[in-house]
Design a protein around this ligand. Sequence first.
Ligand code: C2E
Ligand code: CA
Ligand code: CA
Length: 750
Amino acid sequence: MMDSKQLSALLEAQQEVISKIALAQPLSACLESICRLIEKILDDPQAKSSILLLDGNQLRHGAAPSLPDDYCAAVDGVQIGPCVGSCGTAVFRKERVVVTDLEHDPLWADYKDLALSFALRACWSNPIFSSAGEVLGSFAIYYLEPCTPSDVHIELINRFTHLSSLAIEKSLSSRREAELTSRLRHGIEKFAAFTSVMPDLALILAEDGTYVDVYGADESLLYQPIKSILGKKITDILPAVSSRAVMDVIAKAIATNEVQVFEYELDVAKGECTFEGRITAINHYLPEEPDVRHVLWMARDITGRKSAEKQIEMLAFFDPLTSLPNRRYLIERLQWLIDKAQRNKLSGALLYLDLDDFKRINDSLGHSVGDELLVNVAQRLKPVLRTSDTIARIGGDEFVIILETLEKDIDTLSEEASQVAQKIIEAFSKTFDIKNGKYKIGVSIGISVIHGEDITADEALKRADTAMYRSKNVGGSHFTFFDPALQRILDHRLEIEQGIIQSIKDNQFCAYFQPQMGPDNEVIGAEALIRWLHPKKGVISPLDFIPVAEQFGLITRLQDIVLRESCALINLLIENELVDDSFSVAINISGSQFSNPSLQQDLLDTIREYKLSPGRIKLEITESMLIDNIDLTVKQMIELKSSGFRFSIDDFGTGYSSLTYLQTFPIDELKIDKSFVDNIHTGEVGSGIVDAIIAMSRHLNFNVIAEGVEHKEQADILLTRNVKAMQGYYFARPMPADIFVNWLRQLQTL
Ligand code: C2E
Ligand code: CA
Ligand code: CA
């Protein structure tokens, strides 16, 4: 047992050591004072304490203020092992080793000479354990003579071993901390250096989109200054589209824990920029808010790269002079269209344009004039096309146009193509104003149609090119189809068009009149039917030239002829007192005539010239025209009706009219189609429908007339069905006006 003096000395010693430890005195100083203090308590000149520190497998000098320096130096670095004196063995065994007489103890066999040479005779050693149970070193008491420790010795040694452990652990931990701090500082410095030159922006956002931190040298990449965004939500800062996009990416990055790469455009301080964003989730960004997840959003300005890419694409696919697509682009697009056409989804036409006489202008006036002309040509071509069409410049003065269409019918396709070609040739009829003059230039066009054939883009182009040469050969400013059959159709149409124009001038068109009969075989009106009296081909059917006249915009001129002749006839009949006030003439109005906004005015102007009332004219429109565009049709009909015209629905029964919608139109008369009349006397088909039409007309208060009546039986049956008006070969064929007058006279003298 320690006496009270020893105990208070011990407490004092503990105090002193602990305060040294707490004040972070160097380890050597702490250990040295531990040694001195135990020696002081032991109060025995023979006792000398020693502290060794374990470093790997070696024991290093810690403190031993009373041992000779040479001994300490000799022991320093000794390897621990099962038989290495007291300390080396204690540390090795991890237990106390008490050697009372080292001269005769086998543990000291290798070291006794050294110890004895310094007069050391006994050594008791304790391993020093850390709080985690690892061995940190040894604490030992040497004696200058063989000696066995008492309980007091053991207790003191235990206490001072513990103090040594405290001192060593503390020093180790402060060393680790210092290391950590310096590494941290180092890291922060590196980070600051890195972010101060970083061309990108690094933004830290909370998962709800709140800006937490912003790093990066270039603030001009921010949508708003750092100060004004920190702590705010992205949804309050960025435009809705952008913030929604970023929020989606954030959600994805958090959900998947994977880096999300995305591109976006933003009008930042620097201007409109394209960014590549990378967003990754980071955990524990704010230690004080461990539950909030954050993301790191790296934003890289890739505007330059993007415009370079565009530039490269431009160079690869566009003609720098006119900015039109080049040959390469065209071939790709064309191949795409051909592939599509084979799968029947699209069809199209290829127009190959070559300027007439461009070479001469270019050679004689110089390339700058030539270039300017080409740019002007490109500008003039663009408005002719629809946005879905492609126009490319594929060579010096060669342009190619691809027309894409959903039309599957080859006639419609070639019709469209020839219309575009016609427009182009017209567009070239105006002169080009180039810096030093005005130039007239023509264009030769070759057309090849793409309609599901298995050909390559090059072949298609070659065909159009071949056709273009044919246009050149006939003197330019002309278009030619590659396909001879299409060309024949085209030639035929052109021939008819030219023929119509010439024939109108030559008065080859006139109206024939077919009488419309009342129930008592009296004439109640006539239908005017146009005829083309061709000097060589004889009488040409309107079915052959009306569609062409419509296409070429010549129909109103024919309408005018029919109306004038009808008015003239009415006046003639009135003058000759051959008809009464109810006599009217029906004229046929086709779809394109009907949709002409000036129809009403044109009709009225002519009728007034003849001093007739519009009630004398019945307009025949077909049932299908009613259905096409109901609202517009009703409007147009109401207007015409209000100025006095009457309406007869031609070819009635062949369409899909339903009772309910018929009453929305201001109709005066239904004209039962010939196909129903044809069968009426055979008793099978037709009569049911005729009955239905009659019933409906009565209900809606429409007049009924039957057309195409060829036989007496038909007329008789119709009469029994209460059809009071009829028209057909049975009564009379359509006749020229003078013959009609004579016929009527004859009828009335009967
Ligand atoms: P549509 O209006 O149905 O005219 C009736 C057609 O049937 C006329 O042929 C007429 O000659 C013929 N026809 C009359 N009675 C009989 C008959 O008993 N038997 C037979 N087999 N046929 C008869 P057309 O004159 O050749 O006219 C054909 C079509 O051309 C007309 O059909 C009409 O749609 C159109 N059309 C005629 N003239 C004009 C016109 O001036 N302007 C417009 N836009 N179209 C016209
Ligand atoms: Ca008719
Ligand atoms: Ca008809």
